[in-house]
Write a protein that binds this ligand. Structure first.
Ligand code: SF4
Length: 375
């Protein structure tokens, strides 16, 4: 008996890492009954990750606004009047100081982003110094700097860069509706160059930009069919910013369930990637975020406000994790359920000899199999 489209195609390969996803297959996942989809995503999640840990990243804008690109969602584009004041690149000492605060507040990765089309050689030394400063704190480093030359990537690698973020944003078909100043292929080339340099790739996209379900499927198809899955997959929910072209009443806000489905499908397709809740999280209530964790999200950007919060346990993010019995990755779990959780995981997905886990479909109702009977 098969449980899902995954097993229909690959018996006993639940949670296998694949790079040959078809659009139809992905759309079938999107159209699974919600509870079945969540259950499957959670089972896969548990085969690769501690379900009660969340990796925390802090994002710092090291150079804000004034970007020449025309990404329709972005308030940092110089083409749109959003009231955002452009700034120069931050000093290295300030960036490292902020990273230190982020570490004290629980973040294990520090991401530095600059708003521009591509990096100028004159800025490379300064960014290398930031990367080295973050590494000296014992944190993972990540930068997002647009397009890069291979020489620049090589310099960052020497400085110890762990991750490079470059999102594909959406499906290849819908991309031209969102950005015209650089092509989808430009993005894929940058990602490939980063991977070739031995730097981990962080790549995801934005949903809620007026795209169709097939575009969400297409975005995940692009990411999952890369030669290696991105190590981190940020799933952003569009935040409509006044002044940008996507500040538009005619764009329906994505439903909570469709957003959760996207997280779950990403988890199933890229079982070992960190799936990250990113932009738009501030508009999600606690239950919505809990559903996203259930669907396999296991990373999130920390709110900027956290930096000024004296006691992190008092802030909303930490309160939510504590309420759910979860804790930040790399930190001691504060609840007492670790042993119980391990037993539960073992009961659902028994550990086989050799350390692999194999899901026993007989413990679950299989609505898809029932569908198949009537077809
Ligand atoms: S390249 Fe980045 S900073 Fe520039 S407009 Fe696009 S999303 Fe915004």
């Amino acid at each position: 008996m098969s449980l899902s489209p995954i097993n229909d195609a690959n018996e006993n390969l639940l949670g296998a890492v694949r790079h040959d996803w078809t659009r139809d297959e992905i759309l079938k996942l999107f159209n699974m009954p919600f509870m079945d989809l969540l259950f499957e995503a959670q089972v896969i999640h548990r085969t690769h990750f501690d379900p009660n840990k969340v990796q925390l990243s802090q994002l710092c804008s090291i150079k804000t606004g004034g970007c020449a690109e025309d990404c329709k969602y972005c308030p940092q584009s110089a083409r749109y009047d959003t009231g955002l004041k452009a700034s120069k690149m931050m000093e290295v000492d300030r960036v490292v100081e902020l990273a230190k605060h982020a570490k004290e507040a629980g973040a294990t990765r520090y991401c530095m982003g600059a708003a521009w089309r591509d990096l100028k050689d004159r800025d490379v030394d300064q960014i290398c110094a930031m990367i080295e400063g973050v590494k000296d704190l014992g944190m993972e480093s990540c930068v997002t700097l647009g397009m890069l030359t291979s020489d620049q990537i090589g310099r960052f690698k020497q400085s110890g860069l762990d991750y490079y973020n470059h999102n594909v944003d959406t499906s290849e078909e819908y991309y031209k509706e969102i950005i015209t100043t650089r092509s989808y292929q430009d993005r894929l080339d940058t990602i490939q160059n980063v991977r070739d340099a031995g730097i981990n790739v962080c790549s995801g996209g934005i949903i809620g930009m007026g795209e169709k379900e097939t575009d969400r499927a297409g975005m995940l198809e692009t990411l999952a069919n890369m030669p290696a899955h991105p190590d981190s997959v940020p799933i952003n929910k569009l935040v409509q910013v006044k002044g940008t072209p996507l500040y538009d009443d005619s764009i329906d806000e994505i439903s909570d369930f469709d957003f959760i489905r996207t997280i779950a499908v990403a988890r199933i397709m890229m079982p070992k990637a960190y799936v990250r809740l990113s932009a738009g999280r501030e508009s999600m209530d606690k239950k919505m975020q809990a559903y996203c964790f259930m669907a396999g999200a296991n990373s999130m950007f920390y709110g900027e406000k956290l930096l000024t919060t004296p006691n992190p346990v008092k802030n909303n993010d930490m309160a939510l994790l504590a309420e759910l019995g979860m804790s930040p990755e790399g930190h001691t779990m504060s609840h007492e359920d670790a042993a119980t959780e391990a037993k539960l995981t073992d009961a659902i997905v028994p550990l086989k000899a050799g350390g692999t886990r194999e899901f026993d479909p007989s413990i679950a109702y299989n609505s898809r199999a029932a569908d198949n009977v009537t077809q």
